[in-house]
Design a protein around this ligand. Structure first.
Ligand SMILES: NC(=O)c1ccc[n+]([C@@H]2O[C@H](COP(=O)([O-])OP(=O)(O)OC[C@H]3O[C@@H](n4cnc5c(N)ncnc54)[C@H](OP(=O)(O)O)[C@@H]3O)[C@@H](O)[C@H]2O)c1
Length: 323
């Protein structure tokens, strides 16, 4: 009985300390302001589709000029036209595009040349591009070339882009770096191992930098994103836990409040899932989450394989459980 009461008190004290620390950091932080003198730029990787496109569209509507870097020239031009057509009537912006494949390593001279002429005016960097297996599998079944691709897209790209852009932000004492990682970066994610590990790198890098530059006027927004209805997520029908990219990005942009560390999932229902997992981890059951996700991913894989073989099954809970 005494032991149970003691545990309850320890849990209460831990939560109270955590809330106090968060409150202290929140009120002590330099508030983030959306600076724009009409000449500021946002650089967005993977900006022609899905979440990246929504960042591009919504930042354009805030009046930021855009540099979009993705793989495909035609899709970049289509994205540029769509953004300009959807722009608020009183907003005038410029959009520059560069087509490069981030899975290659010999592209960074080109990327630097593209950004350099405006690097003094880059106020926002969105590290959005990401690679994930289209169907999850065991590490030894995967092609090692695919592993290289995951490392190049998820690890090298963010590092190089930050190397190019952060020094000028530090000099100007302002800027915003948004990085889209994944909820899998935080937990044991069997059959997504390379994806989870490379996304953890992104998250860890950004949170360390957020601490290093805490008082420098730069905001870091690191996102442990859950499911969002995009091509990467097999265009699952949007629902409470899997929002449309537009809603997800709206929620993210509204949440950036302070310079330094702004780390969360980016969306209220993803946050609830995360709290549930955190709670389970606090009870010492991290392994149980790993086992649950392993079971879940096996079901998900079976469903994706059925779809691949021509069965037009929708991705939903019922079909998942029956797979
Ligand atoms: N959707 C989700 O459920 C989810 C969940 C967690 C995290 N995320 C993360 O969110 C980010 C955006 O994902 P999304 O769902 O929006 O994906 P998406 O709809 O598939 O869009 C991916 C974008 O990245 C570009 N891209 C992909 N590979 C590239 C490469 N090798 N080189 C250059 N550009 C490349 C694509 O350009 P092209 O069209 O030119 O190929 C496209 O613009 C990723 O980092 C992903 O890991 C997504």
């Amino acid at each position: 009985m005494f032991l149970l009461e003691l545990i309850q008190w320890i849990v209460v004290v831990i939560f109270a300390i955590r809330i106090l620390v968060e409150l202290y950091r929140y009120f002590n932080a330099i508030p983030f302001r959306w600076y724009n003198d009409g000449n500021q730029w946002a650089v967005i990787t993977g900006g022609n589709d899905g979440i990246g496109f929504e960042f591009a569209q919504q930042l354009a509507n805030k009046g930021y000029n855009l540099m979009l870097i993705s793989r495909n020239d035609t899709r970049l031009n289509q994205a540029r036209t769509r953004i300009l057509n959807n722009l608020n009537s009183d907003t005038k912006i410029e959009i520059r595009t560069l087509a490069v494949d981030f899975s290659k390593l010999d592209i960074y001279d080109k990327v630097e040349e593209f950004i350099q002429p405006k690097v003094n005016d880059v106020y926002i960097l969105v590290n959005n591009v990401g690679a994930a297996p289209s169907i999850p599998d065991y590490f030894t079944n995967e092609d090692t070339l695919h592993h290289d691709e995951l490392i190049n897209v998820n690890v090298v790209t963010i590092t190089k882009l930050i190397e190019i852009i952060l020094p000028m932000m530090v000099e100007k004492k302002r800027g915003l770096i948004i990085s889209v990682t994944a909820i899998w970066a935080r937990y044991l994610a069997p059959m997504w191992s390379m994806h989870s590990a490379t996304k953890s790198y992104m998250a860890q890098l950004c949170q360390c930098l957020a601490e290093e530059y805490d008082s420098s006027g730069i905001a870091f927004c690191t996102l442990y994103t859950g499911g969002v209805s995009t091509k990467m997520a097999h265009n699952v029908r949007p629902n409470i836990t899997i929002p449309r990219a537009e809603c997800y990005v709206q929620s993210v942009l509204k949440s950036i409040k302070r310079c330094g560390n702004n780390t969360w999932t980016g969306y209220w229902s993803h946050e609830l899932i995360h709290y549930w997992f955190e709670f389970m981890s606090m009870l010492g059951t991290k392994q149980v989450i790993g086992e649950f996700l392993h079971w879940f991913t096996r079901k998900y894989r079976a469903l994706l394989l059925k779809r691949k073989s021509g069965n037009p099954l929708e991705i939903n809970v019922r079909n998942l459980l029956e797979s």
